[in-house]
Write a protein that binds this ligand. Structure first.
Ligand code: UGA
Length: 445
């Protein structure tokens, strides 16, 4: 099947490569010439395990190509995916849908024949219907465009697997009306996703607004789950309880489940923070003002965890001015080089503003971190990062940090003091090697 994927960021580049991997002929498009040039040369402009191999294999097989030219896109296929970004608007909680709208404006006037556009971007509820109206005004005589919504649930770090073997496929289609012919989106989606559907992947076909809401509800739920355990973590700190044991214990109840009960520095990245804010903003616009106000608290709990680490550093060191602090981690989570709204970098930045001399190390996120916080000191290796530190903060749980030998690390630092911001180190092993340990939601002797 032939298809195009518009937008080649995290979502789009992954989707394009993985659709080719499923055997389709795919053309990816973006307005960013540098990105397209890199992709054409089989280079992924971000870190995502396994994606470079999928990209290269499919370019070499002739199933995947990239362009900046919308005329080519219009001529290439009758099925198009939208994977452009919907960032938070400046000065507001709402999502900025201008890039999704620009795709419709650029593409639709060029289309001939019948086309189905499947939106994958995370959008405020009601966007797909508005885009259908927009497309209807722009479409040429004799041509038709159907907008459907097919939200994406991939996680960074597992993007290839999540796209090729999704745990569910959701499709929102428009209702029948006098102005529109019968929907073809389901038939198209069944062909696109024939492989996962053969493997019994649940397929939920619904209306446009439900599909849009499924996506933001899923992310809001995940964010709420993390903030729930982090709120409990605050109580644990005050009474000397252990949040990790508590999470294990409640997680055995399969109605609750242990996943996403990892207490620590909380969530960041390009999705969860922005999506809960956009969801709240949209709820207000559609007259459900009270419905999601709890998400404000979810956001606030999350932000307080970052402050808690700064407070712990002050408790241990007194004044932060001139103190050598090493922050392990810059990416918002391991297996990613994404530093958008990264808790690790937020902590590093705040410590630096408080006068500390902050050194950061991340296995993949250094280049992106340097762009956001050029004034921090960036180490060349874990060893370099630990050298002379008076305090080490584990802020992103990379394998390299989890596996660190406490005896080896003790030989490098000035002071054996560590804050485990992700609750991933074994306190006994570290304490036995002479380290003083602090953690979030746990009192460690
Ligand atoms: C998230 C969702 O998990 C995906 O399903 C969704 O498709 C994606 O957003 C999106 O909307 O595009 P992602 O942002 O890649 O995926 O990251 P997650 O794995 O969800 O982690 C988010 C943050 O929560 C990270 O900062 C992580 O460190 C933190 N986290 C996660 C915790 O603090 N505790 C946990 O127990 C789990």
């Amino acid at each position: 099947m032939r298809m195009t994927v518009i937008g080649t960021g995290y979502l789009g580049a992954t989707h394009a490569a993985c659709m080719a991997e499923l055997g389709h002929e795919v053309l990816g498009v973006d307005v960013d010439e540098n990105k397209i040039e890199a992709l054409k040369n089989s280079k992924v402009p971000f870190y995502e395990p396994g994606l470079p191999e999928v990209l290269e294999r499919n370019i070499d097989a002739g199933r995947l190509d990239f362009t900046t030219d919308y005329d080519e896109v219009a001529a290439f296929a009758n099925v198009h995916f939208i994977g452009v970004g919907t960032p938070q608007q400046r000065g507001s909680y709402a999502a900025d849908t201008r890039y999704v709208e620009a795709v419709i404006d650029d593409l639709v006037p060029k289309l001939q024949g019948h086309h189905v556009i499947l939106g994958k971007s995370t959008v405020p509820v009601g966007t797909a219907a508005a885009l259908q109206e927009r497309a209807d005004k722009l479409v040429q005589d004799g041509a038709s465009v159907e907008i459907a919504w097919n939200p994406e649930f991939l996680r960074e770090g597992y993007a290839v697997k999540d796209t090729i073997e999704p745990d569910r496929i959701v499709l929102g289609v428009r209702g029948a009306s006098a102005t529109h012919e019968e929907s073809r989106a389901e038939e198209v989606a069944r062909e696109v996703y024939a492989t996962p559907l053969e493997n019994d992947t649940p397929f939920i076909v619904t209306d446009l607004q439900t599909a849009e809401l499924v996506k933001v509800s899923a992310n809001a739920f995940l964010a709420t789950k993390i903030s729930f355990i982090n709120a409990v973590s605050e109580v644990c700190e005050n009474v000397g309880a252990d949040v990790t044991q508590l999470a294990d214990a409640i997680g055995y109840d399969d109605r609750i489940g242990r996943k996403f009960l990892g207490a620590g520095l909380g969530f960041g990245g390009g999705c969860l923070p922005k999506d809960i804010r956009a969801f709240m903003a949209r709820a207000g616009e559609v007259g459900a003002d009270q419905a999601l106000t709890f998400l404000r608290e979810v956001d606030a709990i999350n932000m307080r965890r970052r402050q808690r680490v700064i407070d712990l550093a002050r408790e241990e060191l007194g004044s932060l001015i001139g103190r050598n602090i090493t922050v392990l981690g810059a990416a918002f989570k391991p297996n990613s080089d994404d530093v958008r709204d990264s808790p690790a970098l937020a902590v590093a930045g705040q410590l630096s503003l408080a006068g500390a001399s902050v050194r950061v190390y991340d296995p993949q996120g250094m280049d992106n971190a340097r762009k956001v916080f050029p004034t921090l000191d960036y180490a060349t290796s874990l060893e370099d990062a630990l050298n002379g530190a008076e305090l080490v903060i584990l802020a992103t749980e990379w394998q390299e940090f989890k596996q660190m030998d406490p005896v080896w690390a003790a030989g490098l630092v000035d002071k054996q003091l560590l804050i485990d911001g992700r609750n991933v180190l074994d306190p006994q092993t570290w304490q036995a090697a002479g380290w003083q340990l602090r953690a979030l939601g746990r009192t460690l002797g």
